[in-house]
Design a protein around this ligand. Sequence first.
Ligand code: NAP
Ligand code: MG
Length: 493
Amino acid sequence: MAVAERAADLNPAFRTEAFIDGAFVPAASGRTFSAVNPANGKVLAEVAACDAQDVDRAVKAARRAFEDRRWAGLRPLDRKRTLQRFAELIRANREELALTETLNMGKPISDARAIDARAAADCFAYYGECADKVYGEVAPTTLENLALILREAIGVVGAVVPWNFPMIMAAWKVAPALAMGNSVVLKPAEESPLTALRLAELAQEAGIPDGVFNVVPGLGTEAGKALGLHMDVDAIAFTGSTEVGRYFMRYSADSNLKRVYLELGGKTAFVVAHDVSDLDAVAEAVAGGIFFNQGEMCTAASRLLVDNRIRADLVARVAALAPRWMPADPLDPSAPAGAVVSREHQQRILKAIDGGLKEGARLVAGGTAVREDSGGAFVAPTVFDDVAPSSSLAQQEIFGPVLSVIGFDGLDEAVEIANGTVYGLGASVWSADLGAAHKVARRFKAGVVYVNCFDADDITTPFGGVKQSGFGRDKSLHALEKYSDLKTVWTRL
Ligand code: NAP
Ligand code: MG
C-alpha cells in the first residue's frame, strides 16, 4: 500500500530533540521517552524528555528574543510575510505532516490530510494576515490631553496542548501569539510530540528568528509543570482536561500570577426535538458528532438528548450507523476512524463502558475493544440508551467513541438536562421550528452552539467554553486579545 510505504520511509526523518533557541538539542538530563504508534503499539522514536532545566533554557531564549525585539520589533508587515511563508511551508509539507500525525496519534490519514495539516496552515495564514491590522485607540479625553491606548505584545507565552489535534491545537495558540510579536515555548502532549518539532523546523525555514518559537517535548508533570511555575513566563495558553487546567491556575498563583487561558473538557448535549423532519440526516449528524476522530473531541456529541416520542426510532438509526464508523488501519485512506491515542486511553474508555453497564444503561452498539490482533488500541463505536442524566456515563468526559442517549419530554426538560453538567463547551439543538430552536440556543450554557447542524467550523469564529470548560477564546480576531496587553500613554497638550 503506497501510503504505508511512504510512512515507513518517513521514520528516519522524525525530529526528536527539543527545539530551543533555533537549534535541536537533547534534554539536559539526556533522558528520552518513547513516541508510540497507537495503531500497532510499536515505538516510532525516542524523544527528548525535557524537564525544568530545559524549560528554563527555552524561556531564557524566548525572553532574550523578546527583549531585543528581533521579532516584536519587526515591521508588522514583515511578521505577516514570515507567518504566511510558514503557512505555505506547512502546505508544501502537508503529506509528511499528515502522515506523522497519523502515525503518532492514530487518526485516519484522510482526516490528517484534509483537516489537521490544512487547518494548521490556514490558522498561521489567518493570524499572519492580522499582524499589520491591529490598531490602538485614542481615548475621548478633553483637548488638554492626548491619551493613547496601545496594544502591545505581552512577552513570553507558554502553550501547553493535548494530543487529539496536535498541530491544530498548537496553531490556535502559537499563531496569534506570534502575530502579536510574542515569543513562545510550546509543550506538546507526551503522546504526540512529533509534528510540533517538525513545525518548529519549518518556522525557522520561514524566517522566524531563533528563540522566538521553542518546543519542549516532555511529560506534563515535568515540562508542563515547569512552564506553569516559571517566574518569567507571562501567560499560559492551555488546552486539555479540566483536572490539569486547575493545576495551571495553582501554578500561576504559586509563581508570578501569569495570566492563564483554559480550553478544557466538555460533555456536549445534542438535543433533538420531536418535530425534526429528516431523522436520517439527524442520525448521520449524531454518529459523525460522536464517532469522528474516535470521539477524541472536546466538543464530541457525547450526550444525545432526544424527545421520547421519537427516541426509539432515532436510536435505532444511530445504532445502525455505528458500524460504518468501525475503526480500521489509520493508514488506509478509506478508514472512517483509527486508533485511540494509547493503550492506557483505550483502557480508560473501556472502563467507562463497563461503568455504564454497571449503572444500568442499555448497550445498543459496540462496547468492546476491536482489532486486538493489530497490537494497537481500538474501540468499537458504542451507543448506550436509557442513560440516567446524573450517571457518571452522562456526566464524565470519556473522550472516546461512546454515545449516551437520554430521553426528555419537552424542550424545557431538555435544556435543564443539557445544562446539568459541570461543563459548558458545545451544545446543539435540532428542530423544524427555528424560533424554538433559537430560544433553546440562547438558554444553553455553552461557548459554541449549533442549530440544525453540528461541528460547523471556521477560523473566523471564537471557540471555547464557559463553566468548567474554561475561559478565553481560541480562533477569530478575539484570540489576539489574549496575547496582547493594553497600555495607556498620557500626554499633556
Ligand atoms: P491533559 O491530560 O489535560 O493534558 C494536556 C496537556 O497538559 C498535555 O501536554 C499534558 O502533558 C499536560 N499536563 C498533564 N499533566 C500536567 C501537569 N500536572 N502539569 C502541567 N501540565 C500537565 O489532556 P489530554 O489527555 O492531553 O487531552 C484531552 C483533554 O483535552 C480532554 O479533556 C479534552 O476535552 C481537552 N480538550 C479541550 C479542547 C478545547 O478546546 N476545549 C480541545 C481539545 C481537547 P502529558 O502529555 O505529559 O500528559
Ligand atoms: Mg496526558
